[in-house]
Design a protein around this ligand. Structure first.
Ligand code: CA
Length: 220
């Protein structure tokens, strides 16, 4: 899963990037509305955390432009304290959720998880696929109740597939959702991660669909 953080306060931006990275997301950061608007237009983010008070173009305008252009990724807005009208304007502009500053990082992480789950049509914090269970709250994976140790990249790849059970996901799509913008991307590494996951999980779980990509086969 890949998240864009739009925040012009350097300390808060760094805290958000660190917390989201630790939670297993690939994270890009923009510190002004112009860069944020561009990134949100061209990159396929799974969620965006958007501060409303931004240099160059304000957050509300950025959000309106994304929605007017048909960009429908989940957006969580950050609003100033005592500015209830910002929440109303933000929700009317197409925000999916909001948090008022200052906020607890745990709450932000929970809201981002919920937005990503809902966008994938998953209501529960635990996603199951046959014997495989992904606990999105703890970032843990079990098979038949036994914990499986995954690296952050393996976890990110598996979490992306588990939010889309039964769907064919191409290597390009996986690459776009697994790595941050400045990461040196190589779609061949996806094959390496898939091979490693197959060794750690029931091997028939991740199917290769020749020429198209991969699919998580969930049989109960
Ligand atoms: Ca700000």
């Amino acid at each position: 899963m890949r998240v864009l953080v739009v925040e012009d306060e350097p300390l808060l931006a760094a805290q958000l990037r660190d917390a989201l990275s630790a939670a297993g997301y690939a994270v890009d950061v923009a510190d002004n509305g112009k860069d944020a608007h561009f990134s949100g237009e061209v990159e396929p983010y799974d969620a965006i955390v958007l501060d409303l008070g931004l240099p160059i173009i304000d957050g509300l305008t950025v959000l309106r432009r994304w929605r007017a252009a048909g960009r429908n990724m989940p957006v969580l807005i950050l609003t100033a304290r005592d500015a209830w009208h910002e929440k109303v304007a933000g929700i009317d502009a197409g925000a999916d959720d909001y948090l008022t500053k200052p906020f607890h990082m745990e709450e932000l992480l929970a809201r981002v998880r919920a937005l990503i789950r809902r966008a994938a049509g998953q209501a529960s914090a635990e996603i199951a696929c046959g014997p495989l269970v992904l606990d999105t709250r703890r970032g843990r994976v079990t098979v038949d109740g036994n914990p499986v140790t995954l690296t952050s990249h393996e976890y990110r790849l598996l979490a992306y597939l588990m939010h889309r059970p039964g769907q064919i996901v191409s290597r390009t799509e996986l690459t776009e959702h697994l790595y941050a913008q400045d990461f040196d991307r190589d779609s061949n590494t996806i094959e390496v991660f898939i091979a490693r996951l197959r060794r750690k999980l029931p091997p028939e779980l991740i199917e290769t669909v020749r020429g198209l990509g991969y699919r998580l086969a969930c049989r109960t």
